[in-house]
Design a protein around this ligand. Structure first.
Ligand SMILES: [Fe+2]
Length: 190
């Protein structure tokens, strides 16, 4: 289950409905596709994963106009992993929506609303997040450096990050639950 942290307000939000209500004004959609055990092993072949989640994927396609879906797999063994992670851990926007259903692993999206307070969305297996095009954000994996996710897109070129001048990412550390979890206040870098 996702969790939201607002470091500058020392505030945290948990629970499906509170999270959905908090994100809605930002145009961000949050859903839980699996409430119990995953319906397919998270390491299954991509085509089997896409088939297992076809009803939800089709519903999103109809709502959002997405034309394709694939499965991204990040592990500590991924070649040039840090180079890849560094592309997305700085504040940026995309011309396309960033739609991710997490199959395995954990990560943190930071969102920087224009004129508003930065907030972090911690995601793990079973979470679907749709961050609209143009939203200022950045993404970090948790310390295990593992994430597997379904991606939906209209145009693969839309994922190219457009970096935000004066991005504020350096002031925030990703908050990961579990053994690496630290209270929000301890994670402000300044
Ligand atoms: Fe992004």
């Amino acid at each position: 289950m996702a969790r939201i942290s607002i470091p500058d307000a020392a505030r945290e939000i948990a629970g499906l409905e509170p999270i959905r209500a908090f994100l809605a004004p930002h145009g961000i959609t949050y859903e839980r596709w699996d409430t119990g055990a995953p319906r397919v092993p998270p390491d299954a072949e991509p085509q089997d994963i896409l088939a297992a989640y076809a009803p939800e994927i089709d519903a999103l396609r109809k709502r959002g106009g997405y034309v394709a879906a694939d499965v991204i797999n990040v592990t500590p063994e991924t070649p040039n992993l840090q180079v890849m992670l560094n592309k997305f851990n700085q504040e940026h926007t995309h011309a396309d929506d960033e739609v991710r259903f997490i199959l395995k692993g954990r990560g943190v999206f930071h969102i920087h609303p224009r004129g508003g307070q930065v907030f972090a969305i911690y995601v793990e297996a079973g979470d679907l997040l749709n961050v609209p095009a143009g939203t200022q954000h950045w993404f970090d994996v948790c310390p295990e450096r593992t994430i597997r996710a379904i991606r939906l897109f209209k145009d693969p070129a839309g994922w190219t990050p457009a970096y935000v001048a004066g991005g504020v990412h350096a002031g925030y550390a990703p908050i990961c639950l579990g053994p690496a979890y630290l209270p929000t206040e301890a994670l402000r870098k300044h």
